[in-house]
Design a protein around this ligand. Structure first.
Ligand code: NAI
Length: 297
């Protein structure tokens, strides 16, 4: 099995460095024409540079096709202009990897709401802006592959990252509904939770592990999730060549003996018993499990 991106147009946001750069290079190597988006800011989102142009140059030197886009994901009009530019140059947009991100870490007690907002704005609203800008085109094309970037912080929590965690689990939730709405139009939407040594994680990675956690070790999972035969509605973790699947599961639960909080306390063990746990593929499926329980009475 060989996965090719020939005749595909891909956009990777925040691709001026780190993981986004690795994705852009890997996509281009397999034949995609790539829009390298990045405003080239610092880790906290301030400032500008021509980081995107440098990655485009790397792709061209390697024989690939790419264009730079310096737009900010936080600006809907700039995302619309980016999509229009790609469509005009290359006829369509088949793949969007929402990867741009910033950090403003602090314990919640010390966090200013401005830092909460800034992080949600880049990760969550930024991904919504880029996705909204391309959504109609993908429906019209009857083809689209979209990848959201979550994080172990979003899925499981991490001290000092309340803003980032809120945005990241928000992205996984965003992907789940888009996967349902896109299904009829062959638009598949997945989520990746990467672990890689980049400037974002430079102060938490032990130096001896830096080599194992290269961004290039995450790219295979990302590329699979935007390939022709990609699944949809999946969350994959990827780092150092290890790929995992993460699920939002549901226990069988308990039918309360009476409608009181005391009954919840009394039946807590049954409510949280993970035997026979399921993974609903939509909110409606969860509601169905309640209905089935009522019918089984
Ligand atoms: P990075 O800092 O190298 O990459 C993020 C890129 O996004 C930067 O090049 C930055 O200039 C760009 N960016 C920031 N704001 C932007 C905006 N408004 N518009 C356009 N571009 C913007 O860090 P890294 O590690 O490569 O992160 C990539 C993604 O992976 C992020 O979403 C991050 O949250 C996520 N992630 C990374 C993990 C890791 O272990 N490195 C762990 C979990 C998630």
């Amino acid at each position: 099995m060989s996965i090719s991106f020939r005749d595909r147009v891909a956009i990777v946001t925040g691709a001026g460095g780190g993981l986004g750069r690795a994705y852009a290079l890997a996509l281009a190597k397999r034949g995609a024409r790539v829009v390298v988006n990045d405003l080239g800011g610092a880790r906290d989102g301030t400032g500008h540079s021509d980081a995107a142009a440098a990655v485009v140059e790397e792709i061209r030197v390697a024989g690939g096709e790419a264009m730079a886009d310096g737009g900010s994901v936080t600006e809907l009009e700039q995302m619309q202009a980016m999509i229009a530019k790609a469509k005009q140059a290359w006829g369509g947009v088949h793949i969007l990897i929402n990867n741009a991100g910033i950090l403003r870490d602090k314990s919640f007690a010390k966090m200013e709401m401005a830092d909460f907002r800034a992080v949600v704005d880049v990760h969550l609203i930024g991904s919504a802006n880029a996705t909204h800008a391309v959504w109609e085109l993908m429906r019209e094309q009857n083809y689209g592959r979209i990848l959201m970037t979550a994080s172990s912080t979003g899925l499981y929590g991490n001290f000092g990252q309340a803003n980032y965690g809120a945005a990241k689990l928000g992205l996984a939730g965003f992907a789940k509904t888009l996967a349902l709405e896109g299904a009829r139009y062959n638009v598949r939407v997945n989520t990746i939770a990467p672990t890689a040594a980049t400037r974002m994680t430079e102060d938490i990675f032990p130096p001896e592990l830096l080599d194992r956690f290269e961004p290039e070790q995450v790219a295979p999972a990302a590329l699979f999730l935007v390939s022709e035969d990609a699944p949809t509605n999946l969350i994959l973790g990827a780092g150092a060549g290890v790929v995992q699947a993460a699920y939002v599961t549901l226990t069988r639960g308990a039918m309360l003996r009476e409608a009181t909080p005391e009954a919840v306390a009394a039946q807590f063990a049954e409510i949280t018993d993970r035997t026979g746990e399921t993974t609903p593929q939509s909110g409606a499926e969860q509601a169905m499990t309640i209905m089935q329980r009522l019918q089984g009475e």
